[in-house]
Design a protein around this ligand. Structure first.
Ligand SMILES: [Zn+2]
Length: 193
C-alpha cells in the first residue's frame, strides 16, 4: 500500500459461490441415496399404485443417475471454487488490483481512466437477486488494450457506485483528498494532480 492509499472495496469469490456447490452436493447425495437404497419392492407411481420390481428398479436407477450427476457437478464446482477463491480484486483510491494468494498479479492505476468516460470500460451485468438485494457482475476493460482485465462477481449496488466513480474523481497522492477528475490542483493541499 502507498501512503494515503485506501481500499474502497474488496471483491473475492463470494459466499454465493460456495452455496451453490454445497446445495448441489446435498441434493445430489439425497437423490443418489434414495435411488440406491430404495428396495425394488417398495415403489409407487404418481397415482399411488404399487409398481412391479422391474418398473421400480428403473425408477431407482433414474434417481441414482440423476443424483450422481448433480453430486458430481457440485463437486466440480466446489473444487473450482477453492482454486478461484484465492483471487481477490481490490479497488483502492489509486489502483485496481488483482491479487492471487495475496500477491499482486495485475494492477492498473486509476490515472489511466482519468477524464475518460469510465462507462466505456465498464460492463455491469445484473446476475441475481437474493432476499430483494440485487447482485451484479462488473467487467472492466483495460484502457490500453481493450482486453477484459477484471471480472468482479457478486457486487452490491454500493460497489457498483464506487466503480462508476473511478473516472470521475482523482485522489491526491500527497494528502489523500478526493478531487474532481478535472481539477489540476488538490483542493486541500494545493499539490499538482
Ligand atoms: Zn492533497
Amino acid at each position: 500500500m502507498l501512503v494515503h492509499e485506501q481500499v474502497e472495496f474488496i471483491c473475492g469469490k463470494g459466499s454465493l459461490g460456495r452455496l451453490f456447490p454445497a446445495a448441489a452436493i446435498g441434493l445430489g447425495g439425497i437423490f443418489l441415496a434414495a435411488g440406491l437404497l430404495n428396495p425394488t419392492s417398495n415403489c409407487y407411481n404418481k397415482n399411488g399404485v404399487l409398481q412391479t420390481p422391474t418398473q421400480c428398479a428403473s425408477t431407482n436407477l433414474l434417481f441414482a443417475v440423476l443424483g450422481g450427476v448433480v453430486l458430481l457437478a457440485g463437486l466440480v464446482l466446489a473444487l473450482r471454487g477453492t482454486k478461484q477463491r484465492d483471487t481477490r480484486y481490490y479497488v483502492t483510491t489509486f489502483r485496481l488490483v488483482e491479487a492471487k494468494q495475496r500477491r499482486i498479479v495485475r494492477e492498473v492505476p486509476r490515472d489511466l481512466f482519468r477524464g475518460r468516460e469510465f462507462s466505456q470500460f465498464l460492463q455491469v451485468i445484473p446476475t441475481l437477486i437474493v432476499n430483494g438485494t440485487p447482485f451484479f457482475t462488473a467487467k472492466i476493460l483495460d484502457p490500453r488494450s481493450g482486453d477484459e482485465m477484471m471480472s468482479l462477481r457478486n457486487l452490491t449496488q454500493e460497489s457498483i457506485n464506487a466503480l462508476e466513480l473511478v473516472g470521475q474523481v482523482v485522489y491526491c497522492k500527497y494528502c489523500g483528498q478526493r478531487n474532481d477528475a478535472k481539477s489540476m490542483r488538490c483542493s486541500q493541499c494545493g499539490a499538482s494532480l
